[in-house]
Design a protein around this ligand. Structure first.
Ligand code: AOF
Ligand code: ZN
Length: 345
C-alpha cells in the first residue's frame, strides 16, 4: 500500500515536470499572463499536451483538448496542469468548465492560481462536478516558474529582476566618463538569454548616455512563435538623455523615456496596470538600483562578479534590501554568477 502511493507520488511529479517543460514554450510570449503546461495521461501513456503560447490566446488546457484526437471517454485519464485551471471568463472561456465537459476522472494541479478571480474557485468547480483533484505537486517549482506573475497578482506591480556586473572588489563602474567593460563573454551570452524572457529592460539616464547600450536581444534563438523585443525604458527625470534617431531595424524594442524621479513602487504599479508589463530587468546604474532596493521593490538579483578585474576605487555595487536570500553561486567563464531572490510570495 505504502509502496503504491509512493510510486503514484513519483509519477505525479514526473508528469508535472513535463508540464513545466511545456510551459517554457510560452516564455517571453504570454506575460503578464503565466506560463502554463498541461499533459493528458492514460495508463502511463501521453494522449495529449498543451501550453499557453500567446498572450490573449488559448490556455494550456484548451490547446491540449483542441489538438486531441478521438481517444474515447476521459474518465480513466489524469490531466496534469502546472497552474490551477481558470474559472473566470477572461479573454478566453474558463478551462475548468472545459475539463468538466470533457468528463475527466482526475486532475492534478501544480499550484493554486494567485489571481483572485480564480484562486481556489477553479478547483472547487472541478470537485463539485465529481472530479478527483490533487493540488500541490512540485508546488514551489510551479510557483517559481511564474514568480513575476505572483508579484503582479499579489503586489499589483511589474516584477523586477536586477542585474549588474561588478569587479572582484565590488565596483560596478569607474565613476568617471570612462566606460569600463567588466564581465566576460559567457556572462554576456547569459544576459541575452535572460533578456529574452523580459517585457522591458530598464536603465538610468547616466548608464544610457555613458554605455549607449542597445538593450535588445541578440544572438539567441527567437524562432519560436510570436515574440517581441523587450521595451527599452530609460529613467530620465530631467531630459538629460541623448536620444539619436535610430534605424528602424526592427531589432530594437520601443524606446520609452520615463520620469525616474517618481516613487519607484508607484512607477512599477503604473508599468503593470497601465502598460501591461509583467517583468522587467534593471541593468543599472547604481542610482536606479539603489532607489529600487530602498523601495523594497527588487524581486530577484543576478550579479556577475568578474574574477580577473579589480578597480580599487569607483562606484560601489548597490546594497541588497533585507530579506533577499542567496540561492546559488556558479562559475560562468571569467565571472562568478550569484543569484538572490526574495521569499516566494
Ligand atoms: C489556465 N490555463 O494556460 C493560463 C491561465 O485573459 P485570459 O482569459 O487569458 O486569462 C488570464 C488569466 O487566466 C490569468 O491571470 C491566470 O489567472 C489564468 N491563466 N489559466 O487555466 C492557462 N494561462
Ligand atoms: Zn484557463
Amino acid at each position: 500500500m505504502v509502496g503504491q502511493s509512493h510510486s503514484q507520488e513519483f509519477s505525479h511529479e514526473f508528469w508535472m515536470r513535463r508540464c513545466l517543460v511545456l510551459a517554457e514554450q510560452g516564455r517571453g510570449k504570454v506575460s503578464p499572463n503565466p506560463m502554463v503546461g498541461a499533459v493528458l495521461v492514460r495508463d502511463g501513456l501521453v494522449l495529449g499536451e498543451g501550453w499557453h503560447d500567446v498572450f490573449g490566446g488559448a490556455h494550456a488546457e484548451r490547446m491540449l483538448f483542441d489538438q486531441l484526437g478521438d481517444v474515447g471517454p476521459l474518465s480513466d485519464c489524469i490531466l496534469y496542469v502546472s497552474l490551477e485551471p481558470c474559472s473566470h471568463f477572461g479573454k478566453t472561456p474558463p478551462c475548468a468548465n472545459l475539463i468538466v465537459e470533457r468528463g475527466l476522472g482526475t486532475v492534478v494541479v501544480g499550484v493554486l492560481d494567485p489571481n483572485p478571480k480564480v484562486s481556489g474557485n477553479g478547483v472547487s468547480l472541478l470537485r463539485e462536478a465529481g472530479i478527483k483533484v490533487v493540488v500541490g505537486v512540485l508546488e514551489d517549482e510551479c510557483r517559481r516558474l511564474n514568480w513575476s506573475f505572483w508579484v503582479n497578482q499579489r503586489l499589483g506591480r511589474t516584477a523586477v529582476l536586477a542585474k549588474w556586473a561588478e569587479t572582484w572588489d565590488g565596483f560596478i563602474g569607474s565613476g568617471t566618463s570612462e566606460r569600463v567593460k567588466i564581465s566576460g563573454a559567457e556572462a554576456g551570452a547569459w544576459v541575452m538569454t535572460m533578456r529574452k524572457g523580459m517585457d522591458g529592460i530598464v536603465v538610468g539616464v547616466n548608464t544610457w548616455n555613458l554605455d549607449r547600450p542597445r538593450l535588445n536581444v541578440r544572438g539567441v534563438d527567437r524562432a519560436n512563435g510570436v515574440w517581441k523585443q523587450p521595451v527599452r525604458i530609460i529613467l530620465d527625470g530631467h531630459g538629460r538623455g541623448v536620444y539619436q534617431p535610430e534605424e528602424e531595424s526592427g531589432d530594437l524594442g520601443p524606446l520609452w523615456v520615463v520620469d525616474g524621479h517618481r516613487d519607484m513602487a508607484d512607477l512599477l504599479r503604473w508599468l503593470y496596470a497601465e502598460k501591461g508589463l509583467g517583468v522587467v530587468m534593471v541593468e543599472g546604474g547604481a542610482q536606479v538600483l539603489s532607489a529600487l532596493f530602498e523601495a523594497g521593490t527588487v524581486d530577484q538579483v543576478h550579479v556577475l562578479r568578474n574574477k580577473n578585474r579589480v578597480l580599487g576605487e569607483g562606484v560601489r555595487s548597490p546594497k541588497l534590501s533585507a530579506g533577499m536570500e542567496l540561492r546559488w553561486l556558479e562559475d560562468l567563464g571569467d565571472d562568478e554568477h550569484g543569484y538572490w531572490e526574495r521569499k516566494l510570495l
